[in-house]
Write a protein that binds this ligand. Structure first.
Ligand code: ADP
Ligand code: ASP
Ligand code: MG
Length: 430
């Protein structure tokens, strides 16, 4: 079946204007078969995270936090289209599911509860979108993606079970697409075989779109964003960034792995494996192609800067001056994997091993405990990982200004540095 997969992120559906814009884009494709993956509205996932925190603290604020989220959704609907009893029921039914969870004492597994609660952000936005599209007379239907994407039970970072997911995608989505042109579904969430909801990791909706593209052999995948495409740096951080009209899968996976927030890093593999072209397109200019990510080779690129904040360096050394040799490294790596600490850079000397990981105080503490008395570990927090692809000396000099470089590595195409930002020192007027 010829079909495309579209993904609209939180920024595209942050308010009534955003939903209206999604409607306009889809009207242009009304005669095509499209799977539409949608994220939670704006900052809803963050707000739901606060609900979970408050519920575990039992601080008495949970009901209010949840009620604010409900009000936000109803305010949006009121601005968007005439509220029908059907929409009201749909939203209320979804909210009731977590109101029930919150009435019980918290489950011992925080991550499990997190997924049951936080997942409603995507259920709400997808339900609103499908009602709105029907109101616009767009031929569409709603799909609960949890009936398709099966995962293991690693809550908050669930791993996809590909064979079952592929079978479900073919047997559940294709028949629906024979009846309607657009199938609206949720990003970010999945289900275990016991029907518990899981999530794929923050910002995981891009990955959902890639999973469905892979399983349905889509002709192309389109991620609609609040930027003109993939840029040479984050426009929130840098001036004078330019759009990269084309990128190879390899370049895209390198950029996103080191923290380019424009696409979730897991997105590239499934679409590369089936050679599906991926467009990152501006939702405010649907005529623009944005950036095309495909199998192009031998492209030349300008310098591209990726900043990953909140990094920690772990300096691990042996207490008795014995070498940090292969058996130690093997133990350290299995613990890094066990506590899912993402290794961004590393180096070893005779008696020490230094590794840069995404900061996660909880997991780092458990990691340190399990390392045992044989090792000493010192941590350095509040660091940034700066990756510059296709660097030149000018840009490197510029990026080092007002920074303390704790770690640096250069290979022909890439420089990586772990840095601490220093306050700008200025001589006092005498
Ligand atoms: P959504 O959740 O709506 O899909 P995100 O906010 O997650 O969108 O991602 C889009 C944002 O990614 C942009 O607003 C931009 O600030 C940021 N970004 C970071 N790096 C880049 C980059 N290299 N190119 C484009 N945008 C980038
Ligand atoms: N709503 C989820 C998040 O904010 C997933 C996504 O937006 O991609 O992380
Ligand atoms: Mg996002």
């Amino acid at each position: 079946m010829q079909l495309k997969v579209f993904k609209f992120g939180g920024a595209s559906v942050k308010d009534a204007e955003g939903f209206a814009n999604v409607g306009k884009i889809l009207q242009k494709f009304s005669d095509q078969k499209i799977v539409v993956v949608v994220s939670a509205m704006g900052k809803t996932t963050n707000a739901l995270e606060e609900v979970v925190k408050s519920y575990y603290l039992q601080d008495g604020k949970t009901a209010q936090l949840l009620s604010d989220i409900k009000t936000n959704h109803f305010t949006l609907i009121n601005h968007l289209f005439p509220v029908s009893a059907e929409v009201m029921d749909d939203i209320n039914d979804t909210m009731v599911e977590i109101e029930w969870v919150l009435e019980e004492p918290p489950h011992e597994d925080y991550d499990y509860t997190y997924d049951q609660i936080v997942s409603i952000g995507e259920l709400l936005s997808s339900k609103i979108l499908v009602h709105y599209l029907k109101y616009l007379n767009i031929d569409c239907g709603w799909l609960d993606v949890r009936d398709v994407i099966l995962t293991d039970n690693t809550y908050r970072d669930a791993r996809v079970q590909w064979d079952a997911t592929q079978r479900n995608a073919k047997s559940k989505i294709e028949p629906l697409l024979n009846k309607v042109n657009h199938v609206v579904t949720q990003g970010f969430i999945g289900s275990t075989s016991e029907n518990f909801t899981t999530t794929l990791g923050r910002e995981g909706s891009d990955y959902t779109a890639a999973i469905l593209s892979f399983c349905l052999d889509s002709e192309s995948m389109h991620i609609w964003k609040d930027v003109p495409g993939v840029l040479t740096g984050d426009p929130r951080v840098f001036d004078e960034v330019i759009k990269l009209p084309r990128l190879s899968y390899k370049e895209a996976i390198e950029m996103t792995y080191y923290g380019a927030k424009v696409i979730h890093p897991k997105t590239i593999k499934p679409i590369q494996n089936k050679q599906i072209p991926l467009y990152v397109r501006p939702f405010l200019d649907p005529t623009s192609e944005g950036t095309l990510i495909s199998d192009e080779k031998e492209l030349s690129y300008p310098p591209v800067i990726v900043i990953e904040p909140d990094q920690t360096l772990l300096h691990i050394s042996t207490n008795d001056f014995s070498f940090v040799a292969e058996h130690h490294l093997s133990m350290i790596f299995s613990l890094l994997a066990k506590y899912r600490l993402k290794v961004n850079m590393m180096r070893n000397t005779a008696i020490s091993f230094t590794v840069c990981v995404n900061n996660n105080p909880d997991r780092i503490l458990k990691f340190e405990k399990e390392l045992g008395a044989e090792f000493k570990m010192i941590t350095d927090n509040d660091l940034e990982l700066v990756t510059i692809r296709h660097f030149n000396e000018d840009i490197l000099k510029d990026m080092k200004k007002n920074k303390l470089i704790l770690f640096e590595e250069k290979i022909p195409d890439t420089v990586q540095m772990v840095v601490r930002n220093l306050p700008k020192m200025k001589r006092k007027d005498s």
